[in-house]
Design a protein around this ligand. Structure first.
Ligand SMILES: *[C@@H]1O[C@H](CO)[C@@H](O)[C@H](O)[C@H]1NC(C)=O
Ligand SMILES: *[C@@H]1O[C@H](CO)[C@@H](O)[C@H](O)[C@H]1NC(C)=O
Ligand SMILES: *[C@@H]1O[C@H](CO)[C@@H](O)[C@H](O)[C@H]1NC(C)=O
Ligand SMILES: *[C@@H]1O[C@H](CO)[C@@H](O)[C@H](O)[C@H]1NC(C)=O
Ligand SMILES: *[C@@H]1O[C@H](CO)[C@@H](O)[C@H](O)[C@H]1NC(C)=O
Ligand SMILES: *[C@@H]1O[C@H](CO)[C@@H](O)[C@H](O)[C@H]1NC(C)=O
Ligand SMILES: *[C@@H]1O[C@H](CO)[C@@H](O)[C@H](O)[C@H]1NC(C)=O
Ligand SMILES: *[C@@H]1O[C@H](CO)[C@@H](O)[C@H](O)[C@H]1NC(C)=O
Ligand SMILES: *[C@@H]1O[C@H](CO)[C@@H](O)[C@H](O)[C@H]1NC(C)=O
Ligand SMILES: *[C@@H]1O[C@H](CO)[C@@H](O)[C@H](O)[C@H]1NC(C)=O
Ligand SMILES: *[C@@H]1O[C@H](CO)[C@@H](O)[C@H](O)[C@H]1NC(C)=O
Ligand SMILES: *[C@@H]1O[C@H](CO)[C@@H](O)[C@H](O)[C@H]1NC(C)=O
Length: 792
């Protein structure tokens, strides 16, 4: 009786909800048994995010489809997340979508069945159809038993939303693929598919027909090795990615990290083969933003450089470089890239060695083998013991998989951030034949980083004034020419280091291992008879400040060059912060520390020095840290708190200097506070006149949206609150994607307007003995250790 009553009440409620229609549009919010939906009516989700109804992608014909799309977007390519009848259109004026009396869901064209769920309710007349705010269409019976849901039957949808699985279900033998439309007006299956390959090492690939056009690579626990931007983008779009592989199913899926969601996100595989990830900040201006797409560049195209070759994307072009020990084979009669082959065949029994390739998308794993729970050494041994193994890598997935490859290595690309290390097997003798190879420092012992003092004296003409390049933060710098003709810059350290010689040597070796195209290369050091010398490669164009703050030379810095410099510094800094083995905070980033090579490519110098000289023995239990006025983040200047975010601050100042051609610290020492570049830019930016304060030569060459975007990013970096400042990963993302929405910056720190000649509680004071543009700060060890705990 009670059961009957409750069912009865339920039935009444349902009937009422069915009857509740919006007075204007004929929208429903649930369908019950023996009801139908016809052209012009829609079923809406509770939060009005999605709707189900008939739509017509080609307005000129009567042919239509039953699908689900966003309430606030027109149903078209890229906005329809599910279609019942994508293979077969219906005449919408004759079609109806019925939930039958026995709980079957059927799409009719007149009385012909076009599509159906084939379900049958056990709860008699209590079956309901709901559209959820996730975009999932759910058919439930009286006991809330899920009879059918669209997320389980995505029908090769072109558009995926969080909660939908891409993969394969071994129990039902069904694959869940993302398949493009045939054309923007025709939803029938097109040429392109995004699929999970259920191989021994699962992979996610884009296919055209059966040919790969892009490969995501193995899952490393966070994302696919070949799509590092995917990992970055999940933060912005508030989703968490997961990859599940077990005996029942294998799938890749995104989930929102919070409900209700602040953002909406969708991925689309378009008819032209482009894959795009979009997101909408619901608190924002209501506009969808493109977050990233595949291919991002040429190197994203499958095997762009041919086998045994690494594709590198750099400043709008791509390069194909052979792996170590391989030589280029040009493709005859064609401008295509060709491929690379081994210089010397491998001889399994001889003394093989491995050449390390860092930050790459590891080769296609189609024929590779994986074993779990291995260390890097075990993985190497495994490879050595297998004559068919030509390379190995440890993928930092859930269980630390060792992957070994046979045959040719296909589809490698280099990344600035992300990717994985790969170890390529080489014939032993090979390395001896090529001592000048670029990886020599890895292979040669660390002792080779030690320079002979006599050699350096000769190279620098006994540190003659004529060879002096300038005075850096830690002592004078000399130009030198080594016996082999190589030009070097020698930094002669005048400060005593807080560290012992061995410790110092160790640090130098660690820093010398950092390799990045936007870092000055530390070639080695010389620690002999009281001399402490650091030897760097010499850069033809000296430093950025020499150009930027010189009225005539500044003209050589056109917009393309300046953007290249802004971008390059961001990548070098990102490498230091997140990707280098040492996780270095620079602490003294400024224009004079940005060196320029012959192509005006920027290289950051003096990194790692703060680490070498963090402690000053003359100060006992306090430390003296050098920073440079104008570039120092307020929390660093006031409290000695340094973190990657204080570097971001300095970076922001640098960006604004590059754009304005003005020195932020130009007026230091004058009695009265001078308005600094950061504030001038901020004031104009808030008044909408930012272009007025930019170097007027740039404005003429004009790509003003790009300039404005750089100003915006610079202002985000100099915000007072370190937590508000972006990370360098975000900066790189913001610089490289025109589509990422930038947050509104808050006012920059006003610390830099404080009276710098005053001497009070912790406020920076001018260095009096140094005469350089440095100020000295007292920093307690507690502060330093706390700041180093700041998460990266
Ligand atoms: C679909 O349902 C409607 C309303 O219940 C009904 O009038 C119509 O005949 C049904 N269509 C078919 C083909 O059964
Ligand atoms: C079809 O027509 C509607 C209303 O006239 C319009 O909003 C929509 O953009 C058109 N769709 C296409 C694909 O042209
Ligand atoms: C649509 O047709 C293709 C072949 O043209 C077929 O592979 C696919 O399974 C069909 N999809 C549906 C949902 O019926
Ligand atoms: C669609 O159906 C309507 C109503 O039956 C009919 O008038 C029209 O000609 C049909 N259109 C097409 C393209 O079949
Ligand atoms: C459900 O079925 C029962 C028994 O068959 C009937 O009495 C009741 O009216 C039906 N309810 C609805 C909403 O159709
Ligand atoms: C449908 O049934 C599932 C359980 O299978 C339940 O979690 C869900 O809340 C039900 N949905 C609705 C709209 O009642
Ligand atoms: C799954 O599909 C494949 C290919 O269509 C077929 O060979 C295999 O027998 C199917 N397995 C099951 C369990 O249905
Ligand atoms: C993702 O969301 C679905 C549906 O809400 C849930 O069933 C699943 O457990 C979630 N997966 C992860 C990895 O959080
Ligand atoms: C492919 O189509 C999408 C959507 O129309 C567009 O945004 C993208 O730029 C196109 N890609 C190419 C390479 O044409
Ligand atoms: C290309 O042509 C040259 C000379 O005609 C020949 O020696 C070489 O083997 C060819 N290379 C390939 C890969 O066919
Ligand atoms: C895998 O091996 C097959 C057979 O040798 C070969 O045709 C194919 O190109 C290899 N795939 C890759 C990615 O190396
Ligand atoms: C700066 O500080 C000095 C020393 O305390 C003081 O004489 C001077 O007036 C101050 N200047 C300003 C602008 O506050």
């Amino acid at each position: 009786m009670q059961l009957f009553l409750s069912r009865f009440l339920k039935a009444i409620t349902l009937t009422l909800s069915f009857l509740v229609r919006s007075s204007t549009s004929g929208d429903l919010n649930a369908m019950i048994q023996s009801s139908s939906l016809v052209n012009g009516q829609t079923l809406r989700s509770t939060g009005e995010l999605f709707q189900l109804g008939f739509f017509n992608p080609d307005n000129s014909s009567a042919k239509g489809y039953l699908g689900i799309w966003y309430c606030n977007l027109t149903p078209q390519e890229g906005t329809v997340v599910w279609i019942a009848n994508r293979n077969k259109s219906v005449n919408t004026s004759m079609a109806s979508f019925n939930l039958t009396s026995d709980g079957n869901l059927i799409l009719f064209e007149e009385d012909r069945i076009v599509w159906s769920t084939g379900t049958r309710s056990t709860g008699l007349n209590y079956t309901r159809l709901h559209l959820l705010d996730s975009g999932n269409l759910v058919l439930n019976d009286s006991n809330s038993i899920n009879l059918w849901q669209s997320f389980d039957h995505p029908g090769d949808s072109q558009t995926y939303v969080p909660g939908m699985k891409l993969g394969f279900n071994f129990r039902t033998n069904t694959s869940r693929r993302q398949v493009s439309w045939r054309s923007p007006k025709d939803p029938s299956p097109g040429d392109y598919a995004h699929v999970v390959l259920a191989l021994a090492i699962p992979d996610i690939v884009m296919l055209k027909g059966s040919a790969k056009t892009h490969r995501g690579g193995p899952w490393n626990g966070y994302g696919f090795v070949g799509d590092p931007m995917m990992v970055t983008s999940q933060v912005v779009s508030s989703v968490r990615l997961s990859f599940v592989s077990n005996k029942n199913e294998i799938y890749f899926m995104a989930n929102y990290t919070a409900t209700p969601t602040r953002v909406l996100s969708r991925s689309v595989l378009f008819a032209n083969g482009t894959f795009q990830l979009w997101f909408l900040d619901r608190g924002g201006n209501g506009e969808w933003q493109l977050l990233w797409s595949i291919p991002q560049d040429d190197c994203d195209i499958y095997n762009r450089c041919g086998r045994n070759s690494v594709c590198t994307w750099y400043y709008y072009t791509f390069n194909c470089d052979c792996l170590n020990g391989f030589v280029k084979i040009e493709k005859n009669g064609s401008s295509e890239a060709g491929w690379c082959e081994r210089e010397k065949p491998l001889n399994c029994s001889s003394n093989n060695q491995f050449s390390k390739v860092s930050n790459v998308k590891v080769p296609d794993t189609e024929n590779a083998t994986a074993r779990g729970n291995m260390s890097l050494d075990e993985c190497k041994t495994w490879c050595l013991n297998d004559c068919s193994c030509v390379a190995y890598a440890l993928i930092s997935g859930d269980d630390g998989s060792c992957i070994t490859w046979p045959g040719d290595l296909l589809d490698l690309r280099a990344f600035v951030v992300g990717g994985n290390d790969l170890y390529v097997r080489l014939a032993g003798e090979h390395l001896l034949d090529h001592p000048n190879h670029k990886d020599q420092h890895e292979i040669r012992g660390a002792e080779s980083l030690l320079f002979d003092l006599e050699a350096i004296r000769i190279a620098t003409d006994n540190f003659s004034d004529g060879n002096k390049l300038g005075e850096g933060g830690f002592g004078p710098v000399y130009k030198g020419t080594l016996a082999n003709g190589e030009h070097v810059a020698v930094k002669r350290l005048s400060r005593s280091s807080g560290q012992g010689l061995d410790e110092l040597k160790n640090e130098v070796f660690l820093v010398a291992k950092l390799r990045h195209r936007n870092l000055v290369k530390l070639l080695g050091c010389c620690l002999e008879s009281e001399e402490k010398l650091l030897v760097y490669s010499y850069l033809a164009n000296t430093s950025l400040d020499k150009f930027l703050f010189d009225n005539s030379k500044r003209k050589q810095l056109d917009w393309t060059t300046r953007f290249k410099i802004i971008e390059g510094i961001s990548r070098g800094l990102l490498y230091l912060h997140e990707d280098s083995p040492l996780k270095i905070i620079h602490r003294d980033l400024k224009a004079s520390n940005i060196l320029l090579d012959a192509n005006m490519d920027p290289k950051i110098s003096d990194f790692g020095l703060a680490k070498l000289f963090g402690a000053d023995e003359t100060q006992g239990n306090t430390q003296r840290i050098a920073g440079t006025f104008g570039y120092m983040a307020p929390e660093y200047a006031m409290h000695g708190l340094f973190s990657i975010k204080s570097d971001v601050y300095s970076y922001g100042v640098l960006v604004l200097e590059i754009l304005t051609g003005q020195k932020n610290s130009g007026h230091r020492g004058i009695e009265y506070p001078i308005e600094l570049v950061t504030h001038v830019v901020w004031r104009h930016w808030t008044q909408g006149s930012a272009l007025q304060v930019i170097d007027q030569d740039l404005v003429k060459q004009c790509d003003s949206p790009q300039i404005l975007r750089c100003i915006h990013i610079g202002l985000l970096c100099v915000q007072e609150d370190p937590t508000q400042r972006p990370t360098m990963a975000n900066v790189v993302l913001m610089l490289n994607s025109h589509f990422v929405n930038l947050p509104i910056p808050s006012a920059p720190s006003f610390l830099s307007n404080l009276n710098t000649t005053g001497e009070s509680n912790g406020i920076p004071r001018r260095g009096n003995s140094r005469g350089s543009n440095e100020i000295l700060l007292k920093i307690s060890e507690n502060d330093v250790s706390i700041s180093e705990l700041e998460p990266r």
